[in-house]
Design a protein. Structure first.
Length: 174
């Protein structure tokens, strides 16, 4: 497992990681998710402090793109409808000149296992599928959608002295 001080980027799945996995659907087929605001703030802190961040999800909802574009993730780093997460992970790494070992990846289920195994640090929420937990380097004490991402983003940035909030940068970027 990579040391926290060597992490240069983050990537994560959505359902079960940034959410608790619950999805509401209306009669028109529109899907609704709830996100923890503290997880979202951690994504903003990473973006403000120079960490590339990617969303790699099987979800196809444009609401996911809207949510994370507003948190500082460029549209090209939001991989919707991902069916080969390792290929998308490699594309993200290549775009930023990152080695797989320099990225912390968050996943919660079977489709995430290839990336959990190859990332520098693979993290699952406490309530992840058992197979994903077995593939991960870290099983978080936090469940999906309840601060898992915040806890570990903050841990990395504090280890590197980069958990710094600059109100002027925040106002300019968000």
């Amino acid at each position: 497992m990579t040391d926290l001080k060597d992490i240069k980027g983050f990537a994560f799945d959505i359902d079960g990681v940034m959410t608790d996995g619950g999805i509401l659907a209306d009669l028109e087929g529109q899907l609704y998710r709830t996100f923890d605001a503290k997880d979202g703030f951690a994504v903003r802190m990473a973006a403000m402090n120079g960490f590339p961040v990617a969303v790699i999800t099987g979800a196809r909802s444009q609401s996911v793109r809207a949510r994370f574009s507003g948190n500082g993730i460029p549209p090209e780093d939001i991989y919707l409808g991902s069916r080969d997460k390792i290929a998308d992970f490699d594309d993200f790494c290549s775009r930023y000149g990152l080695k797989r070992s320099e990225v912390m990846f968050f996943g919660d289920d079977v489709p995430d296992i290839p990336v959990l195994l190859e990332a520098g640090i693979g993290v699952t929420p406490a309530d992840a599928a058992e197979e994903a937990k077995q593939a991960a380097d870290i099983v978080s004490v936090k469940p999906g959608g309840k601060g898992c991402v915040r806890f570990h983003f903050e841990e990395v940035m504090k280890a590197q002295g980069k958990w710094n909030f600059d109100v002027n940068v925040y106002k300019a970027k968000f």
